[in-house]
Design a protein around this ligand. Sequence first.
Ligand code: ATP
Ligand code: MG
Length: 420
Amino acid sequence: MKQSKLFTKTRKENPSDEVSKNAELLIRGGFIHKEMAGVYSYLPLGLLVFKKIENIIREEMDKIGGQEIIMTALQNPELWKKTDRWSDEEVDIWFKTKLKNDTELGLGFTHEEPLTSIMKNFINSYRDLPKYVYQFQNKFRNEIRAKSGVMRTREFVMKDLYSFSKDEKEHLEFYEKIKKTYKKIFERIGIGHLTYLTFASGGTFSKFSHEFQTVISTGEDTIYINEENNIAINKEVFTDEVKKDLGLGDNFKETKAVEVGNIFTLGTRFSDALDLTYQTETGDKKPVFMGSYGIGPARLMGAVIEALADDKGIVWPESIAPFSVHLLALGEDKIVLQEANKIYESLLKAGVEVLFDDRIDLSAGEKFSDADLLGIPFRAVVSTRSLKENGIELKKRTEEKGKIVSLDELLKLCLKKFTN
Ligand code: ATP
Ligand code: MG
């Protein structure tokens, strides 16, 4: 894409009404637009990153047998009354609204109830189990705090998967599998080394739930990391009893972190309340055993920025960067622009995702600082100087100094990445 055509522009100044680094950088880079506190729109660059994260999650969900659907945001209270989750005393984050005839509706903050209700139509016998169903869908939550930029918003997309199993044993097999899958997702997104499987409070059907917590100094959560076992415990359950229970010794390091994912054993809480049962091999009737598994792609995007950005701007991991290469044409020399154009065309033809800074009214310094702000992994500069040396000055976002490469070398480098 040509940067001169992009409708968004970068800004030099931080927005005055943001306190989080992720929102500051995303707004300055033109990735997102703030509608109001805790509500953001995704602009072209932001959407590219968002889609990459979404696709990584989708690929991993499909690999373990997930079937994708989309449910509605509008929710029927009658269903939620059956599980005691309609009243504001039980759930304090509902956004509620009304039809013209005064009938109340809610905007879903999660989707256990509607999916359990859908599955009643399709699950009858043990032969219908297990099943795994997921969606990427907008959740609405009337969050009290909205100070973490895109990491805690009042409207956000969640990947929520729900598992339907015959019994606890079958459920736990999947639960262990998805733990590994979640690890893989965070690794692919570039924060695996900072993300810990964390014990958190459970429910009636399991002592613990599991969160995936990414170490970030501005995080809202406090966790205790046990490095030997590569595991952590959330402060909310960090007691001597729990430590002993888990047999993790006594060597813990307290740190701030952000919950990027959450997996939960629901048991028969929803299948009992909504009557989702199946017939066993021996003809008995049993409630389906359920689990739920959430990840917020936007929270991940924010966490990546909080964890990896430097004082010059964003540093996107290659897997989720909006483009692989940021091609910059410097100066007003027509030949430079012509050559850069040719390089741009060659890269496009080879299938490389490239943002071409072809803007003619900007200084080299301005283009460099925009490139640092946008955080694209490779910066390829074409200038009178680079052309004199017969090439392109290539630099990684994380490196101080670049090196001169030929177009062939640049193409080879990009193509090698694709085949990896
Ligand atoms: P938290 O403890 O941070 O409030 P939660 O435990 O309520 O989150 P879940 O309901 O388990 O979150 O949601 C699953 C995932 O959705 C979270 O792990 C997180 O990645 C994401 N998420 C939750 N709330 C928000 C939000 N307000 N804005 C953006 N992403 C969110
Ligand atoms: Mg939580």
